[in-house]
Design a binder for this molecule. Structure first.
Ligand code: SAM
Length: 288
């Protein structure tokens, strides 16, 4: 790569931003990576090979994209901010394996763009905009997409929340969805100093390997996730009270009590005490 195109240090990023007369947009969660060591580590953590198609969400000025493009067969980037498009044309001009799409990832038909690029499946790699981390990850997990793995930089606190087990105060709908669909591993933590501008929080890179089939059998997946949502809407309440007042899933208090008794559980249990397997069982009983 020529020095013109090489990104991954603070002075080059500032130079590019100045050249194009732009600055980081807070509303799009723009915190640009400026540490080449971390960039390499993300590519390694994602396990990208020359056979892989990578879907990158939010390429920004193309810093991580360059590093991915050197390792992958093909990179498809989806960037919402149209001011980044001329920048990407410039910084990625030496790569013939990158396609940039100017769209909101939450409105993108991922299956269609993979098909258009002759890719059977993809690995997702991203330094995610922190304001929509959870919706993006839920979308990638819940929709039946041909995605092998998701390696993303997110807030350290959210990465920790994704991995917790029943009983923890951070246990909730996100950790249950992650456990249902994937194997999760935090690969590294990253200091705010590795970004321009510096975020207010520590970050972490987490890799989610999609399971071939969900971790537990459940008759009605949608019902189970409605019950989970209802259980954590008011997490201080007992499960029976939470579900009888929930907007996500409503049922008679007696039904939940009977289901819990059938499961051999105390009727005063809270949602945060139930494992994924137990939510699946509860859902099967309530759905009968
Ligand atoms: N990948 C670059 C890097 O590591 O330096 C930029 C990462 S920055 C944290 C997040 C990027 O996601 C920004 O470029 C932002 O404009 C983009 N973005 C924000 N919301 C988006 C959305 N809904 N769809 C696609 N891209 C989005």
């Amino acid at each position: 790569m020529s020095s013109k195109a090489y990104l991954g240090n603070p002075s080059k990023t500032s130079e590019i931003l100045r050249k194009f007369g732009i600055s980081a947009q807070k509303r799009y969660g723009q915190n640009f990576l400026v540490d080449s060591n971390i960039l390499e580590k993300i590519v390694n953590a994602a396990g990208i090979t020359g056979e892989d198609t990578v879907l990158e969400i939010g390429p920004g000025i193309g810093t991580l994209t360059q590093h991915i493009a050197l390792a992958a067969k093909k990179v498809i980037c989806v960037e919402i901010d149209r001011n980044m498009i001329p920048v990407l044309e410039y910084t990625l001009s030496e790569f013939d394996n990158v396609t940039v799409i100017n769209q909101d990832i939450l409105k993108t038909d991922i299956v269609k763009i993979l098909e258009e690029n002759n890719a059977k499946s993809a690995k997702v790699v991203a330094n995610l905009p922190y304001y929509i981390t959870t919706p993006i990850i839920m979308e990638l997990l819940e929709k039946d997409l041909p995605i092998e793995s998701i390696t993303v930089m997110i807030q350290k606190e959210v990465a920790e929340r994704m991995q917790v087990k029943a009983g923890s105060k951070d246990y909730g709908a996100l950790s249950l969805a992650v456990a249902f669909y994937s194997n999760a591993e935090v690969k590294m933590t990253v200091s705010p100093n590795c970004f321009i501008p510096r975020p207010n929080v520590d970050s972490a890179v987490i890799r989610l390997d999609k399971l071939e089939k969900p971790a537990v059998d459940v008759k009605n997946r949608d019902l189970m996730f409605k019950i989970i949502k209802g259980a954590f809407e008011q997490r201080r309440k007992t499960l029976t009270n939470a579900l009888s007042h929930s907007s996500a899933y409503k049922t008679d208090k007696k039904n939940v009590e009977n289901a819990l008794l059938e499961m051999g559980k105390n009727i005063n249990i809270r949602g945060e005490e139930l494992s994924l397997e137990e939510f699946a069982l509860l859902s099967d009983i309530l759905g009968q």
